[in-house]
Design a protein around this ligand. Sequence first.
Ligand code: LLP
Length: 460
Amino acid sequence: MPSGGPGAAGPPWSSGVRRRADGEVEVAGVTAAALAAEHGTPAYVLDEADFRARARAYREAFEAAFAEVGAGLDVYYAGKALLTIGVARWARSEGLRVDTASGGELAVALRAGVPGSEIGLHGNNKSDEEILTALDTGVGRIIVDSLAEVERVADLADRRGVVAPVMVRVTTGVHAGGHEYISTAHEDQKFGLSVAPAPDGGTSPALVALEAVVDRASLHLLGIHSHIGSQILDPSGFEAAARVVLQLRADLARRTGALVEEVDLGGGYGIAYLPGEETLEPGPVARDVAAAVAAVCAELGTALPRFSVEPGRAIVGPAGLTLYTVGTVKPVTVADDDGEFTRLYVSVDGGMSDNIRPALYGADYHAEVVGRASDAAPVLARVVGKHCESGDIVVHQVMLPGDVRAGDLLAVAATGAYGRSMASNYNGLTRPPVVAVADGASRVLVRRETLDDLLALDQG
Ligand code: LLP
């Protein structure tokens, strides 16, 4: 086994995961077997204390580092990583605000009791209905993503007789993150407005949009937003992007007299998925970015704005694991340049419908047998799902005890982010429940889907 097991301190397991002397693994005092017996498998299991500790750590680290240079800061939990009513309440009770990416996420945050003023609404193609809901519920910031949207939000705000607080999402040209599909600030993609001059050398699309916001009486230009990507492990991108955004803010002030009061630096803080893998600690990143923005504002001679950040994965990712039951186990002989070897294919009762990340991004995960101890020699295994696709892989490569067998409970670490939130019903599978564990007890945050749920949508 490549790690000391879930009992080892630190990532990729949540802090409440321990392997007991009898070999069983527990989460916050509840054994994997008890969780499986009560909730069935597959199940997403969330360690509430771990989530709260990470939320607190991000808020405290960023608040302190920015206070040190004289700037205020808010942390928005990026709900796209995983948003349920319970999770939104945890985030809020730890002093975080909530960032939503659609009317659906907005509805969950509102249902959780998060005040509109503490919610941000993103989206590169918001519907009128989504914008109107945001206006009607007093959403604190609508992050506009195109020039057309500036006009649309302004018109809808006019219609409602309100002034909409908006931020303009810009692309800084800083390219960061784990995979092309999750890197969002390079030029050839759909998000935001470029800070680069127009092809004819004219005003950048970002400045054009910012000036359009300034011109509309029904819009209040709250700030500038930049999100550079996701699963970022090199923090220098955040500093580079912040520099570009602050320069843009100064340019806008020179042209219009409007010095925007807020700058949002987005999310993207990377986590460890495998034992021994690197992770970003909020303290050092926050200090580096705070020092950089202070230096840039001093150079530019502009007052510091208020800042915000939007971590999602870094808060909920490591707090979650997925519990599966092993079914078919099949040795397969494979050959590569070094000759033939055996790979043990271990099929579990879920797969790409509950975690699309390995298939979509080639993402790696770590798994262990968690229902019992085993002295069997470890063998090279691949954990696969039950879907009718050979790309239905849960864990590409992991050492599992050679006696792994049907009925074993298997846990996959660090699945809290972008697992349930990207889940599907492919092959007619029902989506697993989200179960929270704290202080030796578990409770269901989102119940398991049933076949009746599936059939209820089908109008025949
Ligand atoms: N803010 C904005 C504007 C974003 O677009 C995102 C993520 C975040 C914050 C949160 O990023 P985080 O801190 O979680 O990295 N499905 C992909 C990730 C897509 C991220 C999209 N935007 C994955 O599974 O890796």
